[in-house]
Each structure stands twice: as structure tokens, then as C-alpha cells.
Design a protein around this ligand. Sequence first.
Ligand code: FAQ
Length: 333
Amino acid sequence: MYTTDLRTAEEKAKDAKLKVPTKEEGEEAFQARIDADEYIEPKDYMPDAYRKTLVRQMSQHAHSEIVGMLPEGGWVTRAPSLKRKIILTAKVQDEAGHGLYLYSAAETLGTSREEMLNQLHSGKAKYSTIFNYPTTSWADVCTIGWLVDGAAITNQIPLCRCSYGPYARAMIKVCKEESFHQRQGYDGLLEMMKGTDAQKRMVQDSFDRWFWPSLMMFGPPDSDSAHSSQNMAWKIKRFSNDELRQRFVDATIPQAEFLGIKLPEQVKWNEETKHYAFGELDWDEFWAVVKGDGACASNRMDARRKAIADGKWVREAATAYAEKQRAAVRAAE
Ligand code: FAQ
């Protein structure tokens, strides 16, 4: 009799004992790996929902990095000194690098960069609400470094231990660079607070506008956070939105006091909890900005679409050049 099965009788007996795991068994084994603090790598088994929520979060994170370049990029030519221009240029380039690591890490989950960018430009994918607020003064650029990068670090340090290996590894370098960003922003504000009354007013005005939106970067309150409980079980998230927000407030208020900033009346030290209380955030504003109502939302997407259209010839030229190089290598073989 004709057969394509070339296994020996011994191999057949061994294979017969192996059984294909059911979906439930696969998910149980996956959760056991997570519980044992193992990293999940691209070719490992993972539930579809784990893959989906990671693509959602990582692409949103990557989009935030590249959209975040826009408000700061607009200030490079207006930075007050050569030193500040150089620092700001380096920071904006770092953000582009963060976007690249994150898109590359997200691509390991099987979604192409082009697809992720299409989702951003069509409005299907989100990016951080913070970048829909206007950057109206030089103090705003420094405040972004101090508060926005500060909030980003608070959120991202736990992501260095997130269960998905490529995301966790990307976060290590990102966090190192964000620390430099935070310090340069704070340094810029310290210098302004040693300056004229007009400069001091500029810093205070900037803090008043950016403080509350920076607290919203941590997402909705835990009670309204759709993804938190599952993502904490999967160790994508290690701390809840509210825990990280409180951690950020506790670290930031003494820094604001050192700068000489007047704090909002809601911010008060609570001797019992040993934390700063800060009252309720304006969650209506948050959800409106999430849904695209932010002051700069349409500008940001126009700028992104223009960048994609303007860069088309560069991508085509780079692809043609790479193809030419490959052809030369093939011809030499
Ligand atoms: N903006 O269930 P949750 C930076 C959405 S990087 C917009 O709590 P999750 C660097 C959320 O997507 C800043 N949407 O969601 C830089 C979900 O909607 P969906 C970005 C938000 O994922 C500095 C819905 O609300 N960092 O700044 C926001 O468990 C300076 C329900 O929320 C990251 O992305 C928001 N703020 O927790 C660059 C870090 N918050 O997707 C330039 C990674 C929530 O179901 C200059 N991401 N939503 O339609 C995370 O850690 C998480 O995704 C959270 C949200 C904490 C942001």
C-alpha cells in the first residue's frame, strides 16, 4: 500500500501519546507562564485577545511618540538660545526613535507599520490626549519636558517589566531618554524662574494649563478603565491608572514647590494617607479630547497626513535603492 507517512512504528507510538492542547489548555499554560514572570516572545503561543490589546496599546503609544514631536518641533526655530535649540532638536529626534522602536515591536505581533499608520490617519487609532493641547509659549515646551515626559516615565518604568518581551525591552532605552527629557524641561523652567516677572508669570501660566491634562495621561479612573483588570492579569499593566497618577502627583508637587509655583487649591498634603490629594479631574473634558475634540486635534492629523504624502518620494527612492543593492549582490553571486 502507498503511504506518505514515513515515521517508524516507535515514532508513531510516541506521537499518538502527544495530544494537541485545547484552547482552554493553551490559555492555562499561557497564564502559568505569565504568573511565573516569563516573557512572552513573538513566536510563542498567545491568546488572540492578548495580541489584540497589545497592538492597540503599543500602536497608540507609538502614535503618541510621533504626534508628540509636532508641538515641540514647531518650537525648534524659536528656542531662546543655541543651547536650547540643540537640546530640543535632540529631544524631538529621540521621540522619533521611540516611535520607531514601538512600531517595530508592535510589528512582531503581525500588524504592519503601514496598517497602524493608516489607523492613526483615519482616526480609528488613538494617541495621547495630551498632544491635543496648544503649545503657546517657550515655557510650555519646558513644561512638556517636565510634566509630560515625567508622566510618561512614571507610566513606562513599570512597562519595562511588561510580559511581552519586545515591548519591555524597547521601554528600557525609552525610559533612559525620557529621564533626560524630564530634566531638560525642569532645568529650562528653573532658569525662567530666576528671570524677570514676565518669565515667572509665563511658567505659572504654563503650569496652570498643563498640570490637569498631564494627570489625564494616565487614563480614566480605575472604575472606568475598560482594559485594566485583564491587562493587569496579563502583566501588561503592573499598576492601575489611579495608582500611577497618585505616584506622579506625589513626585511632582515637591518639584513644583521648589520651582516656586503656586499650586491649585485642590492640591493638599494628606497627613493620614501620606499622599497629596488633588480632587476630581474634569473627566468630561478628558473623554471629549479622547473622542477628537481637542483644540489641536485636526491640526495634528493634517500635519501627519502631509508628512506621509511629502515623504512618499523618499520611501520610494529608498525602496528602489535597496532593490538596486539586492540586484547587485545577486549579480555578483
Ligand atoms: N489618551 O481601559 P483604559 C509620551 C483610552 S508617550 C487617549 O484605562 P488602557 C512621550 C484607551 O486607549 C504617552 N486615549 O486603557 C512623549 C481606551 O480606549 P480604547 C503615551 C486614552 O490601555 C513625551 C480607553 O481610553 N503613553 O508622552 C488615554 O488600559 C513628550 C479606556 O482606557 C502610552 O501610550 C489617553 N491619555 O490604559 C512624546 C503608554 N487614556 O483603546 C513627546 C502606554 C486612556 O479601548 C513629547 N499606554 N485612553 O479605544 C498605557 O499605559 C495605557 O494604554 C494607558 C491607558 C494608561 C494610556
